[in-house]
Design a protein around this ligand. Structure first.
Ligand code: FES
Ligand SMILES: [Fe+2]
Length: 455
């Protein structure tokens, strides 16, 4: 047996995921092996669409936001003509990062090392002390290198380093309808990242956050403190963003009626329904006009879906859920940054946006019931992986009851690991698995049996 903490000599992706009719196991080295991580940065983050910014973060010419495509620093910048550029944040002289700020407004970027200057469209506009130092025929680069492709979907700006990447909407597949449903809660159909983000790092692999964003199995356990407060104080403890029912029993009942989905592109959905009986209350409540506008526009059936709890994960680095964009940034094989950007619904009443923000803060803020507990678990995952006597992680929950929909996507009970399996099918394709086996090769089956016997 190999140990997860020992590097795999040669990445052979199809042997890192066991698949069979009733089998789905992921090898521990997928989370611990630096060679796997390097391959991911190349084969995933340098090959597909990666979320880099939202257009509301750069509304005016000159606005910019720094970001990352995997490990690679970029500047997302809006030039005077309104175009959005995704530029590598690396001086073409001797490589220093030219912009050290998170965001701002600038006509130009001046490199802090020797002062070369770039326009906000990336063009090299000045070389300091040029005269005499460089020959007249000096072959100066045009400017900051730029991402091969940039596209946006409903204000979400994605970039790709792969000139041949399929169109963004094709990449998003049916997951985009669940993004639509969240953004359509805005009377103007758009969101606004007007609030400051919460940014944290954890000692664990980036895929733990990716898996967890659409994990409907963990809530009863990881977020037990939330349930205890809710049990004791009910509605007095606040709405917690998503959970407006007053009793734990009611909330859990609704949560168990949900579904998860795994989309072809590796994206996922965790969806729990909105109680139809609560709609009348909203239509008679303090934001009645807002809800009536949505009802008139979308109809009752669609509005009920729009008001449900929707967690979307977009492969590889974006979550859209509970009024926030969640951006995953891999840093090393065992260190990850997560930035949560709460967003406002453009055109919605200020009081409604404030309520949404307060709910977000209660469940996802730094001292809340939700995200801090999740992040702690990711570090525990990484620590547990050091026990190399166990080879495989088991992602088989619901494997026999999930269903294929629209030929390419899968759906199942809300607690099933369907999105996580679909993530790894996409991961396998990206990592160059020559064939994704339908059945488990016998030697690996034997390994799995041994690992299972030791568990
Ligand atoms: S590294 Fe940027 S000017 Fe020298
Ligand atoms: Fe959680």
């Amino acid at each position: 047996m190999t140990s997860p903490s020992r590097p795999v000599a040669e990445i052979d992706a199809e042997n890192l995921v066991l698949q069979g009719p009733k089998t789905f196991r992921v090898h521990g080295s997928v989370y611990t092996d630096e060679a796997v991580f390097r391959e991911e940065m190349q084969r995933i983050y340098s090959s597909t669409w990666v979320f880099v910014a939202h257009e509301s973060q750069l509304p005016h010419p000159g606005d910019y936001k720094t970001s990352h495509i995997g490990l690679q620093p970029v500047i997302v910048s809006r030039s005077e003509d309104g175009a959005v550029h995704v530029l590598f944040n690396r001086c073409v002289h001797r490589a220093a990062v030219v912009c050290r700020m998170d965001k701002g407004t600038a006509n130009y970027f001046r490199c802090p090392y020797h002062g070369w200057v770039y326009g906000n469209d990336g063009r090299l506009t000045g070389i300091s002390q040029r005269g005499g130092g460089y020959d007249d025929d000096f072959d100066a680069p045009e400017g900051l290198k730029r991402a091969a492709r940039v596209e946006s979907y409903r204000g979400l700006v994605f970039a790709s380093l792969n000139p041949d990447v399929p169109p963004l909407t094709e990449h998003l597949g049916n997951a985009r309808h669940w993004i639509d449903r969240q953004f359509d809660r805005s009377p103007e159909g758009s969101i606004d990242l007007r609030y400051a983000p919460h940014v944290s790092q954890y000692e664990g692999n980036w895929k733990f956050q990716a898996e967890n964003t659409v994990d409907g199995y963990h809530g009863d356990h990881v977020h037990e403190s939330f349930w205890m407060v809710q049990e004791q104080f009910g509605r007095e403890s606040g709405t917690h963003g998503a959970y407006t029912q007053s009793s734990v029993r009611d909330i859990k009942k609704m949560r168990r009626q949900g579904q998860v989905m795994g989309f072809e592109g590796g994206h996922g959905l965790w969806n729990t329904p909105f109680d139809p009986a609560a709609l009348d209350g909203l239509l008679a409540g303090p934001h009645a006009d807002y809800y009536q506008t949505l009802l008139d526009r979308h109809g009752r059936d669609e509005l009920l879906v729009m008001l449900s709890n929707i967690n979307v994960y977009v492969f590889p680095n974006l979550g859209v859920l509970h009024g926030q964009l969640r951006v995953i940034r891999p840093m090393t094989v065992e260190r990850t940054e997560v930035a949560l950007y709460p967003f406002a619904l453009s055109g919605a009443p200020d009081a409604l946006n404030e309520e949404r923000l307060a709910g977000y803060e209660r469940f996802f803020g730094p001292s809340s019931f939700g995200s801090p507990d999740d992040v702690e678990i990711f570090a525990l995952n990484q620590e547990g992986l050091q026990a190399g006597a166990v080879d495989w992680l088991i992602l088989e929950r619901g494997i026999s009851r999930e269903k294929v929909v629209d030929d390419v996507d899968r759906t199942s009970h809300v607690t099933d690991e369907t999105p996580q399996r679909q993530f790894y099918r996409r991961w396998l394709r990206a990592m160059g698995a020559s064939a994704v086996p339908d059945t488990v090769p016998e030697p690996l089956r034997a390994q799995a049996r041994v690992a299972g016997a030791q568990a």
